[in-house]
Design a protein around this ligand. Sequence first.
Ligand code: BES
Ligand code: ZN
Ligand code: ZN
Length: 496
Amino acid sequence: MATNYSVKTKSDVLPNSELVVLFWQKGKLEINKKDEKQVQKSLDKLQASGDKNECQIISYPKGNVYRTLFMIGLGVAPALDSLRRGVAAGIQHAKQNSIREISVVVPEVFEYENVGKAITEGVELGGYSFTKYLSGHEKTERLKAIKNVYVYVKKEKVSEVNKGIKIGKEFSRATILARDLVNEPAAHATPQALLEKAREIGRESKGQILVEYYDRKECWSRGMGAFLAVAQGSVHEPVFVHLVYQPIENSKDMPTIALVGKGITFDSGGLNIKTGDGMETMKIDMAGAATVLGIFSALAKLQLPVKVHGYMALCENMPSGNAIKPGDIVKTESGKTIEIRNTDAEGRLTLADALLEAQKIKPDYLIDLATLTGACVVSLGEDVAGVFSNNDEFSEKFMKAADDCGEQMWRLPLVEDYKPLIKSYVADLRNISTKRYGGAITAALFLQEFVDKTPWIHVDIAGPSYAEQQVNPVMPPGGSGFGVRTILQLIENLPK
Ligand code: BES
Ligand code: ZN
Ligand code: ZN
């Protein structure tokens, strides 16, 4: 059941909902004097500091309702993401306590642009739960949705906030599509099933998104030897998918962006088989492709003014009598050869051919998203993506979009001195470094070997694409749909 949103005019009287999300900074409570006294007293008792994202719950009887104030700290430099996170945490509290209605009072510290969007993302993404395979009580509990969200803003901002809510719903829906795909077991989310999803998105776009795909034979005739090598150990047929979104308006002068998503539907490691622990969550190795599909599902709905191409080399990495072996040498679409030293470094093999294919249309911008290395998780932890780029201007635009969306990313260097580490004696490249350290960087350098001068960004999402446990309330356990919102935001900003 969908949540209803109503935007109302704010006064200094507290809204009459069971749960009210209120934002504050030390010494600054935007409420009437009478309530302020009572609230401040409770905050003092709790020794609340008002630090960024601090969450304090104050409950007291008010008339005949028992009202809960959900107090979110903004710290000294308020950031829009506190709004998103605060609302997400509030929604989770409401769900746990069977509260069906919440009010959010928008503090005056923010520019109103994007406020409606951030609140809606907090509601939709914080309230998300993957329940498809649950039954009984747990399913009913987790399916409980918030009926009404009331957003209180200054009178003159009502229409602007309503606009933001509409965009926020679309960004969230796209993110949730990616989450659902990542959460789907590998037995179901096969290359064929992801192709079907792409075609469904094409059909729903009413002709604005075209979907073409190449089977094994066609991939072979195109020379995608590296992609097919990874696929050869699995009983599931590989498929290469290309999506094209064309804006309705005259698109002649619009920029073109190509998006490539790693699409390994299960990564067992192949003959270099992973440990049991290492394999447990490897159904998520298609998160990059899921992000691309999430983005495409929103392009036509938002009528974004950019030409967008999506590429996914979909296959499964399995050990078998047919599987690739360490020492095998494969040839990519450009003719460059690779010595496979480790069958578990498979993502970069499939991405090499996908990146080459993507550059055939000569895009103005190129982005790949990949759950590429455990090393990136070691460097940045589970919640932050690694960003690599050959172009400072493009990467600044990208990082700004990420920041606006509250998706945490950090730029890492493409260290030229490490390039010899991926040179092979018997082929042009080897798929793992000769040295143990800096694995996220050497993987990115490997990808760069297949990128020309096109402004390019590689996003290593091995950490944040999936949360075993919740850290950030905007990302409940499971697939996160990481990257969908940042790239939609980037695409929206590109022509500006
Ligand atoms: N899919 C994995 C990377 C990964 C690890 C994603 C953890 C999500 C969470 C990738 O294919 C892989 O196995 N990489 C190897 C590379 C190594 C063999 C050079 C790794 O990171 O161990
Ligand atoms: Zn692997
Ligand atoms: Zn992998």
